[in-house]
Design a protein around this ligand. Structure first.
Ligand code: SF4
Length: 443
């Protein structure tokens, strides 16, 4: 039992000045960078770097020349929270479509250009808001210069991106790797670190020679640990804002983990100004995962419900997996405020775990008791939980909007109900053989 005296003693033993202590706080202050702006009067402008909130972006999966489909795709991502949307423009018909697409959407659009500098110039003429360019795959320096000059004239920023796959030097590879590797001796991929930094430096010289500084940098790899190291190195060398990403990260499951491990670590270290999580799945998930990562790191103010759910265990009293999925599907589109909602599988740990939530339900004997800021408001059968929870959340949201209630306020401590009392639950009855323990949804 931890009593007040123990806590007081422990706290007294803590160092008053954390700077004298060997540990460091995980979350580091944000790195200072230049600030660039993307957008126009109609779309609004998104700031990248210079202390602006970390911007979330994604990229369209469909063909840009299919105007209606492209517009619909961009709108979907924008609605989900993307603040910039990138489109590929491999062909002339794509840049021709761009002018119409830009007119129809309300989010800044980035043109992704590879190989053909004309596509960049056409995109700029079509009114695109930012260009992504890899100068390494455009042969002629003068062609790159013409893109830089056109962007400068119109105030359009450029992301200068190097990807591990696109910069590997294939000629005399072994010798080059050994040569480059010595700059980061001991690093398992030191040659790649050196190569990416060298390439970025080389490209930046081109931009700076034309006095162009509206630049965002990226250096992506599919190796999450390398992404952490390469961006850390870049952050130490340049003051341009950074676009973070793990490229070719894989499927949604593995890709999300790979991306969040790398990007989350960097952001916790104060590095990163815009993010794209990318994996082989509906890109709407990329946007949702990127936002969730930023919410979890406290880097963006949450919009919409924050859902907490227990992982379930042998005490589970309702079909919680189904319930949580339904709650997520139902509540997310209906509520705009960041209400914390907890869905707990039993009354043993449910009340404790739900304590910090605005609205909580915990289950017992195929029923759910619902609390709003600690106050018990309902005790309903399992099949009514979802509807009642939604109704309580909506009422609560209305009260917050009218100033009657405040998010995160705890009015009453949740007192666990008597398991064989009003709730008619769970363990005593199970033990007595009156009800079967519910294991629905678990295999
Ligand atoms: S709330 Fe209950 S069912 Fe869920 S994990 Fe905790 S003890 Fe298990």
């Amino acid at each position: 039992m931890v009593d007040d005296v123990c806590i007081a003693q422990s706290v007294t033993n803590l160092p008053i000045d954390a700077s004298n202590h060997p540990y460091t706080w995980l979350m580091q202050p944000r790195r200072e960078t230049r600030k660039i702006w993307v957008g126009d009067d109609r779309t609004g402008r998104v700031a990248i770097g210079g202390g602006a909130p970390i911007a979330v972006q994604t990229m369209c999966a469909g063909y840009t020349h299919d105007i209606d489909a492209c517009v619909a795709e961009i709108r979907r991502y924008h609605k989900a929270g993307a603040e910039l949307v990138r489109v590929a423009v491999p062909e002339r018909k794509d840049t021709e479509a761009l002018r119409e697409i830009i007119k129809q959407v309300e989010v800044p659009i980035v043109a992704d250009v590879h190989f053909h500098y004309q596509r960049a110039l056409e995109s700029i003429a079509a009114g695109v808001h930012k260009i992504r360019l890899n100068p390494g795959n455009i042969n002629d320096r003068e062609q790159v210069n013409s893109v830089i000059d056109a962007c400068k004239e119109r105030g359009i920023p450029i992301r200068v991106g190097v990807n591990e796959g696109s910069i590997i030097e294939r000629r005399d590879k072994q010798r080059r790797m050994e040569e480059l590797g010595k700059y980061f001796a001991g690093h398992r991929a030191g040659h790649l670190l050196a190569l990416m930094i060298t390439k970025l430096e080389e490209y930046l010289e081109i931009f700076e020679a034309r006095d162009f500084h509206q630049v965002v940098l990226s250096a992506k790899s599919m190796d999450a640990a390398l992404v952490i190291d390469i961006y850390t190195e870049i952050a130490n060398r340049f003051d341009y804002p950074l676009h973070l990403g793990v490229t070719h990260a894989g499927t949604k499951d593995s890709g999300a983990i790979r991306s969040v491990v790398a990007l989350g670590s960097l952001i916790a270290n104060g590095i990163g100004d815009t993010v794209r999580i990318s994996y082989a799945s509906d890109h709407i998930d990329e946007v949702k995962d990127a936002l969730e990562m930023l919410y979890c790191l406290g880097k963006r103010e949450r919009k919409g419900v924050e859902l907490i759910a227990c992982p379930t265990c042998g005490r589970i009293q309702v079909d919680l997996f189904t319930l949580v999925k339904e709650v997520e599907k139902t509540l997310m589109p209906e509520l705009q405020l960041p209400i914390k909602v907890a869905v707990m599988g039993c009354i043993v740990n449910g009340p404790g775990e739900a304590e910090g939530a605005d609205v909580a339900v915990f289950a017992g004997d195929r029923r759910g008791i619902i609390y709003v800021q600690g106050e018990r408001v309902a005790n309903v059968p399992e099949e009514e939980i979802l509807a009642r929870l939604l109704a309580e959340c909506k009422t609560f949201e209305a009260r917050v909007r009218s100033g009657e209630a405040k998010l995160g306020e705890k009015k009453v401590d949740i007192v666990p109900p008597d398991p064989i009392g009003e709730l008619g639950s769970g363990h005593a009855k199970i033990a007595a053989g009156h009800v079967e323990q519910v294991t629905v949804g678990r295999t």
